[in-house]
Design a protein around this ligand. Structure first.
Ligand SMILES: Cc1cc2nc3c(=O)[nH]c(=O)nc-3n(C[C@H](O)[C@H](O)[C@H](O)COP(=O)(O)OP(=O)(O)OC[C@H]3O[C@@H](n4cnc5c(N)ncnc54)[C@H](O)[C@@H]3O)c2cc1C
Length: 603
């Protein structure tokens, strides 16, 4: 079992699900492709997960479940999503329960917990409307007050699991003149409303996650009792936006699972396929592409695992961190999947060739992650609205502020420290200018300087890290200056240039997370992690997107990372800074028999 206790349940789930290349395993690639071809909902697969009691990890401990913090939870979703995003997403709509854990009464919480744990019930989220997608404030579904409850009228669309769910969270207008405070959130138990007063919209045929129950729900003078209102009338948007901070961060895990499969199946090909008397992996260009893809996963790990732990330590800063994660991780990994398909060649386009054709499904499924739960532009927009405050706050930092940030960074990034339990009631709509990760960059740089005294650190690598870290800081200073001098307006008509500036901020944020992650876990995550060569390449990779840099920083480092990639593939471990053991692989077993890998490592 994994020495880090928070990864043990994910490893257990992984082992119990079995090798996805093994045709008979639960959620095998063959099975999920068949379901996708039939556009069939993965009913049996979800039942398997319920019987495994995965749902318990969606319910907080104080409500009778097993959820304590996001680090453990994200690893579970990643294990699921590496097999099938359709199933991962379908099961994980249950995570909307956080709206209730966050804002519900004791009675509402107990009822929902029982529904999930004992009755295998699930839920969906009804925010979007055909006429008002991202524009939640102007939603048209109304809830009119009547004695004992409300009458709902209107439709929500497109909604995942709208038809196949027992509970629907619905954002409804309770005050026509109330603007943002005119919206309320209802937790509607469909068993307790008249089924003649609501209806489901037909299945929507989608590009990816084809087996999903993508549909919608409509209400016709539908009576919902007062007991289904979450918190007070007018609190709906605030609860909704805070809920997004949770689920937007969580979305990263869907993309990470997909990225692992995209890279693994491409390596299955590249390590075997011989062209011009060499394996594809032995050719410099594909080799670099695959190493870069691996780096992308490691970078996204630092951002996501940092965020998952940060939730428990600095929930009040998550209006910033969740927007960064939801923009950065899905888009970076979407690009990564697109980069590696070139290496997979024509097989990426075939629906049944090579590993049962899982790549083309990953490509299609994964492209929704950056769109739902707040699209790329919506997240960048949410971030840029906070730039002015972030910049002001950073400019005014005092030594005491830095002294407070330092222990928080240690708790967030040190994977050996137990992450505190998550307290959703501490979420805030705005971070009031705080962003520990980037504002603690000088702390990280000082820690790097201090490592000059350490004999177990390669001083050449350390110098490279210090130089790259300083460039990250330079870019952050340029960013702050730009924002301080800009004419900033609130609202939706932000300049295209500001969107680019927001993307850069996310890149710098990821770079800072990588640095913190290395500093606090050098002694913990194995030799490859400790060497820091991957970190040099990662910082270089990130910085190269925002300033002119040489194309290559070190051929030796590149080769060492390539060797690690092959090792993880051969040993069948997750491509991650926490490379948990995956279920025994048929592919690797066959290769071991023919000794193929040993030869290929030395190409
Ligand atoms: C597979 C799938 C599952 C989904 N599941 C759910 C679900 O379970 N529950 C739910 O409520 N919704 C769900 N949705 C809806 C999804 O969240 C919305 O589609 C998404 O938020 C974008 O809305 P829209 O496409 O209507 O875009 P619109 O809001 O109509 O926007 C159109 C375009 O305007 C631009 N734009 C929008 N806002 C800004 C801005 N601030 N700045 C600059 N440009 C902007 C963008 O280019 C955008 O794409 C799902 C959608 C899909 C496809």
């Amino acid at each position: 079992m994994h020495p880090l206790i928070q990864y043990r349940v994910a490893q257990l789930l992984e082992q119990d699900l079995g090798d996805p290349n093994h045709l008979e395993s639960t959620l095998s690639f063959k099975k999920v492709i068949e379901l996708d071809e039939e556009e069939a909902f993965p009913e049996a697969e979800l039942n398997w997960l319920y019987n495994w009691h995965l749902q318990d990890y969606y319910v907080p401990v104080d409500c009778g479940g097993k959820f304590t913090n996001f680090e453990e939870f994200l690893a579970l979703v990643r294990v699921l999503s590496r097999r099938d995003q359709t199933t991962g997403i379908a099961f994980t709509t249950m995570f909307w329960s956080f709206l209730c854990w966050m804002a519900g009464t004791e009675e509402q919480k107990q009822k929902l917990a029982q529904f999930m744990i004992e009755e295998h019930g699930t839920m969906c989220l009804g925010y979007s409307e055909r006429e008002h997608g991202s524009d939640l404030v102007n939603g048209g579904l109304t809830a009119t007050k009547v004695p004992g409850g409300y009458l709902l009228n209107g439709e929500k669309w497109p909604i995942n699991r709208a038809t196949r769910s027992g509970v629907t969270f619905v954002l409804a207008r309770t005050d026509a003149e109330g603007g943002a405070k005119g919206l309320s959130l209802f937790m509607i138990d469909k068993r307790e409303i008249s089924n003649s007063e609501y209806y489901n919209l037909p299945k929507i045929l989608t590009h990816g996650i084809r087996g999903s129950d993508m549909s919608g729900i409509g209400f016709n003078n539908c009576f919902v009792p007062d007991s289904m209102l979450l918190r007070q009338e007018g609190d709906g948007l605030e609860i909704g936006l805070k809920g997004f901070q949770i689920t937007r961060t969580l979305c990263a895990a869907f993309a990470q699972g997909a990225a692992d499969t995209a890279l693994r199946t491409t390596l299955n090909f590249a390590l075997k396929r011989v062209v011009y008397n060499k394996t594809v992996f032995a050719l410099p260009q594909p080799r670099k592409t695959l190493v870069d893809a691996f780096l992308d996963i490691l970078i996204c790990d630092c951002e996501t695992i940092g965020a998952a732990r940060g939730f428990s330590v600095i929930p009040e800063q998550f209006s910033v961190w969740s927007a960064v994660v939801k923009y950065f991780v899905p888009t970076q990994l979407e690009k990564m999947v697109n980069d590696v398909y070139v290496v997979l060649g024509s097989r990426f386009y075939m629906r049944d060739e090579h590993d049962c054709g899982i790549f083309q499904k990953v490509l299609r499924d994964n492209s929704i992650i950056s769109m739902f739960d707040g699209s790329t532009v919506v997240n960048l927009h949410a971030l840029m609205l906070q730039f002015r405050q972030l910049t002001k706050y950073r400019a005014k930092r005092k030594p005491e502020t830095m002294a407070e940030i330092k222990p928080r960074l240690a708790t967030i990034f040190s994977l050996q420290q137990p992450a505190p339990n998550f307290e959703p009631e501490k979420l805030e709509l705005f971070s009031r200018g705080a962003d520990d990760s980037l504002q603690g960059l000088e702390i990280a740089l000082q820690q790097l300087e201090d490592l000059r005294q350490e004999s177990n650190v390669n001083q050449e690598t350390l110098e490279k890290l210090i130089n790259l870290g300083k460039l990250v800081l330079d870019e952050l200073n340029v960013h702050d200056e730009l924002i301080a001098q800009s004419k900033f307006e609130f609202g939706h008509e932000q300049s295209p240039e500001l969107f680019e500036i927001a993307k850069k901020y996310c890149t710098l944020h990821a770079a800072a997370c990588c640095l913190h992650m290395w500093i606090y876990n050098r002694q913990l995550l194995g030799e490859f992690f400790a060497s820091g060569e991957w970190l040099v390449l990662s910082l270089h990779r990130l910085l190269r997107t925002i300033r002119p840099m040489p194309y290559l920083i070190s051929e030796v480092y590149l080769e060492n990372v390539a060797q690690e990639l092959v090792r993880l593939h051969r040993e069948n471990k997750l491509f991650s800074i926490v490379p948990i053991q995956l279920a025994q692989s048929e592919i690797n077993k066959q290769e071991d028999q023919t000794n193929a890998i040993t030869e290929l490592v030395h190409v």
